[in-house]
Ligand binder design. Structure first.
Ligand code: UN1
Length: 505
């Protein structure tokens, strides 16, 4: 595998940053932006000090006091302008996503497209922050609810979707009248700088207060300041279950609101009637795409025993055709793992699977690269049972295959993991498909039919149950998490009837 020269990658990063209007003074550290393509340094970035974080939250809080009174349709102008700038700079941002997260350009562009889509959604939403009017039980009274801006929203995002997840939160929060302080992953500081510059320009262009958005950079300790600050009304955090377990109780202890989007252990059930051509394509994209580093990546296949051998054979041969390598190279579909610890976690999981009686059908080994870059071929592993390693999320391209005999057993296996993000069924049997989507079917926040588990559109609410954390972001009515609800009773009569028929005279 031919890897590009590290200087060439530094130059590409710098040029993309400049085109996005970012300030590119060398931070002097201690944060180091690296590229998983070569494992080398792109540039250094300044970490935010405790004072920087405090200043950012103060500015966001001050801006909130102004922003909350701007009519929502006017707030929509920021999202509209941001969407335009993202469209103009789609290639630049995608370039940075490829450099920092290692995604192939098509997936990196797809991620930026999610940003553009959510901006459009947010513009429409800015005229649709509807409250209900309920029938009052009292004559001459009106009972209704109003949605108001919530406050400062803290966003903590992960390396694998360094821009889309930020935009789902930010575009929606801003039209809801909130302001945002963002702590991106310390593995993707440059994409964050570019996004922040574009949003600052959007705010300037439409005359919105500069303080509606602030970027803070650094490791977990910087995020912790956001978690513990009582002025942060909602903390929206994407990452591991371990991170969520630490963050959730701390925010709850100060009665803040939390929106958690944590790990998944996503499965697809493949029924005997499945269209196998379509199934193989759906499975390969979801399991091997993004080198298995989506929270929606397909990690478990629950296949009817009558089609298991054929399906495994076909997936294995499709895996054999997948080009793994430098994501910038033509035809490459699987880029690098983010770092060494991701590679080690993958190897540990494969060892455990073998010890549990699993058979690695193909993949799992390092496939070229350099000492500091970790390229692996996606692994396909047949398991005799859903052992503990299968119930864990390993953030790497490992697809475990289990078999089932009857449909109830498939659903039981499907739900018998601690996570509950995404799921799918491949079947042409309508009864099975409907059952999978029903109350006693998949227990996940996302349940699909005849598509894979990854690659959701922004129009739906995104998130999952159980250890996935329960939060919902992006489309549908996920906006409600970013606002506070007030119930209003208005008496327009000259009498004062009490509710529940209470007499007090
Ligand atoms: C994530 O991996 O954190 O559904 C988000 C998908 C993408 C978003 C993934 N639209 O795969």
């Amino acid at each position: 595998m031919n890897l590009p020269a590290p200087e060439e990658l530094c130059r590409r990063a710098e040029e993309a940053l400049i085109r996005c209007g970012a300030e590119i003074t060398d931070g002097g550290g201690p944060l180091v932006a690296r590229t998983p393509i070569t494992g080398t340094e792109l540039r250094t970035v300044t970490s935010s000090s405790a004072e920087d974080v405090d200043r950012a939250i103060t500015a966001a809080h001050d801006a909130f006091l102004e922003w909350r009174s701007v009519p929502a349709p006017q707030r929509g102008a920021v999202a509209r302008r941001l969407g335009q700038l993202l469209t103009e700079h789609k290639a630049d941002l995608a370039e940075l996503v490829t450099l920092e997260a290692g995604k192939i350009p098509s997936e990196a562009q797809g991620e930026v497209q999610e940003m553009i889509d959510i901006c459009e959604f947010a513009v429409g939403l800015s005229r649709q922050l509807y409250g209900k009017t309920m029938a009052s039980e009292r004559p001459g009274h009106r009972l209704m609810e109003t949605w108001h801006p919530l406050g400062v929203v803290g966003v903590i995002s992960a390396f694998n979707f360094p821009v889309a997840v930020w935009s789902w939160n930010t575009a929606v929060a801003l039209v809801c009248g909130d302001t945002v302080v963002w702590k991106p992953s310390d593995r993707t500081p440059l994409t964050a700088i570019a996004c922040d510059a574009l949003l600052a320009r959007a705010a300037r262009d439409v005359g919105a207060p500069a303080g509606i958005h602030a970027l803070i950079q650094g490791a977990g300790d910087v995020g912790e300041r956001l978690v513990d600050d009582a002025r942060v009304a909602l903390l929206s955090a994407t990452g591991s279950v371990r991170m969520g377990r630490a963050v959730g109780p701390r925010v709850a202890a100060r009665f803040g609101k939390c929106l958690l989007e944590l790990g998944g252990n996503n499965a697809a059930v493949v029924a005997p009637s499945a269209d196998l051509d379509l199934t193989v394509r759906g499975v390969v994209f979801s399991a091997a795409g993004t080198a298995g580093q989506r929270c929606t990546s397909l990690r478990r296949l629950i296949v009817h025993s009558s089609v298991a051998d054929e399906l495994v054979e076909r997936i294995s041969s499709a895996y054999g055709q997948l080009k793994v390598g430098n994501p910038f190279d033509d035809g490459v579909l699987v880029g690098p793992l983010v770092n060494r610890s991701a590679f080690e976690a993958m190897q540990t999981a494969l060892d455990k699977a073998r010890a549990d009686g699993g058979t690695v059908v193909c993949g799992g080994e390092r496939s070229g690269g350099s000492d500091s870059a970790y390229y692996v071929s996606p692994a396909l592993v047949r398991m005799p049972a859903q052992t503990s390693v299968v119930r864990e999320e390993t953030f790497a391209p490992i697809l475990y295959v289990l078999t089932y005999e009857d449909f109830d057993q498939a659903i039981a296996l499907h739900n018998e993991v601690p996570q509950g993000l995404s799921s799918s069924i491949f079947t042409t049997d309508q009864r099975e498909a409907e059952r999978f989507l029903a109350a006693d079917g998949s227990d996940c926040g996302i349940a699909n039919v005849n598509i894979g588990t990854s690659g959701a559109e922004i129009g739906g609410a995104f998130g999952g149950e159980k250890e996935t954390g329960g939060g919902r972001e992006s489309g549908s009515d996920a906006w409600k998490a970013y606002m506070r609800r007030a119930t209003n009773t208005v008496n327009y009569s000259d009498r004062l009837p009490l509710a529940q028929g209470v007499e007090f005279t």
